[in-house]
Design a protein around this ligand. Structure first.
Ligand SMILES: NC(=O)c1ccc[n+]([C@@H]2O[C@H](COP(=O)([O-])OP(=O)(O)OC[C@H]3O[C@@H](n4cnc5c(N)ncnc54)[C@H](OP(=O)(O)O)[C@@H]3O)[C@@H](O)[C@H]2O)c1
Length: 287
C-alpha cells in the first residue's frame, strides 16, 4: 500500500523543502496544502482517516509545518480533535524546522561532551533557540540563559516556557558585543540561533572566556553567527574551544527530519513534537 503524507502548511504556499524531505524519506505521495488554519483542516484530516481502515491506517500520516510556530501548534491541536479514538494517523509537527534543527544542535554539542552541570548561553530566542534550551535542561545543564535584543521580550518567552514545560530558563539581552562578552565570561557552551546573515558573537567575546568549551551556530548565511566559525566545522578545535557550524548541524538535522518522517509510518498513533523528535534524534548517529 502506498505511503501518503498530508502536508499542512500554515504559510500560503506549502514548503518545497518539507515536500522534498518527505519524498527522500520514502513517502510515495505528498498531498500539500498551504494556508492551513485550525478552522480549515478537519476535512483534510477526515480525508486521511476515513480512506484507509484498521492496520492500513499506518500508511497515511500528517506533517504540519510553516514559519509561524504558534499557528502550526494550533493546527496540531485541531488535527488531534478531528480524530476519533483509534481512527487516527501519526502526526509530525516541525514548524520552520525548529524541532529537528534544535534537536540536531543539542545532539551535536553533546557528541562526547557531558552537559551536566554546565552553563549554556543561547543567543537568539526564536523557536530554534527555545527548543535548544529545553533539550539542554532535559539533559542536565545547570543553567541555560536565553537572549534576544530585548530583556522584556526574552522574559515573555521564558515565562511562556515555564508555563508550557515547567522549565526555568534565565532571560537576558544581548544588544552589544560587550553584553555577549559578559554573559560568556563564565559559560561553558554558547549557541547562536539568531537571524541569518548576522554575527551575534564576535571573536572577542568567545576568545576572552576562560570557561568556554563548545560553540555552535545555525546561521549558514555570511556573516555567520559566531566570528571565526566555518559552516563545515564539525568539532574543530580553535583556541581550546570546539566549533560546530551550520552545515555540520544542518546535515544531521536532515537525518533527524528523514528519520522522523519515516517513523510516522511505523504505527498510526504517534504525535511527533518537540519532545518526541528529540528522542528520535538521540537514536540517530550524529556524525
Ligand atoms: N542550519 C539549519 O539546518 C537551520 C534550520 C532552521 C533554521 N536555521 C537558522 O536558525 C536560526 C534561528 O531560527 P529561528 O526560526 O529560531 O529564527 P527567528 O525566529 O528569526 O529568531 C531569531 C532570534 O534572534 C534574536 N535576535 C536577533 N538579532 C539578535 C542579536 N543581535 N542578538 C541576540 N538575539 C538576536 C531575535 O529576537 P529579537 O528580534 O527580539 O532580538 C529572535 O529571538 C536562523 O538563523 C535560521 O536561519 C538553521
Amino acid at each position: 500500500m502506498k505511503k501518503l503524507l498530508l502536508h499542512l502548511d500554515t504559510d500560503p504556499v506549502p514548503s518545497a523543502f518539507d515536500q522534498a524531505v518527505a519524498y527522500d524519506a520514502d513517502v510515495d505521495n505528498v498531498i500539500s496544502y498551504g494556508g492551513a488554519t485550525r478552522d480549515n483542516v478537519t476535512a483534510h484530516v477526515h480525508g486521511m482517516i476515513f480512506t484507509r481502515g484498521g492496520k492500513n491506517l499506518k500508511n497515511s500520516a500528517i506533517f504540519i509545518g510553516g514559519s509561524n510556530v504558534t499557528a502550526s501548534e494550533l493546527v496540531g491541536n485541531a488535527v488531534k480533535k478531528a480524530f476519533f479514538g483509534p481512527v487516527r494517523v501519526s502526526v509530525m509537527l516541525d514548524p520552520n524546522g525548529s524541532n529537528t534543527t534544535a534537536a540536531a544542535i543539542a545532539r551535536k554539542v553533546m557528541s562526547n561532551y557531558d552537559i551536566k552541570g554546565k552553563k549554556v548561553v543561547i543567543i537568539g530566542a526564536g523557536p530554534v533557540g527555545q527548543r535548544s534550551a529545553l533539550y539542554f535542561l532535559k539533559e542536565g545543564a545547570a543553567q541555560v540563559v536565553l537572549t534576544s535584543r530585548s530583556l522584556e521580550r526574552t522574559k515573555v518567552i521564558t515565562n511562556q516556557m515555564k508555563k508550557a514545560y515547567g522549565v526555568d530558563v534565565i532571560p537576558a539581552e544581548t544588544r552589544s558585543d560587550e553584553m555577549v562578552k559578559e554573559l560568556l565570561k563564565d559559560a561553558h557552551v554558547a549557541i547562536t540561533s539568531g537571524p541569518a546573515g548576522v554575527c551575534v558573537c564576535p571573536k572577542s567575546a568567545w576568545s576572552s572566556s576562560t570557561t568556554l568549551e563548545v560553540v555552535a551556530d545555525v546561521n549558514a548565511v555570511p556573516p555567520l553567527g559566531i566570528e571565526g566559525m566555518e559552516v563545515m566545522d564539525n568539532g574543530a578545535e580553535k583556541e581550546g574551544v570546539k566549533f560546530y557550524g551550520a552545515i555540520a548541524i544542518g546535515n544531521f538535522k536532515m537525518k533527524v527530519h528523514h528519520g522522523a518522517v519515516a517513523s510516522l509510518f511505523d504505527s498510526n498513533d504517534q504525535f511527533l513534537d518537540e519532545t518526541t523528535i528529540y528522542d528520535i534524534a538521540c537514536k540517530i548517529d550524529n556524525k
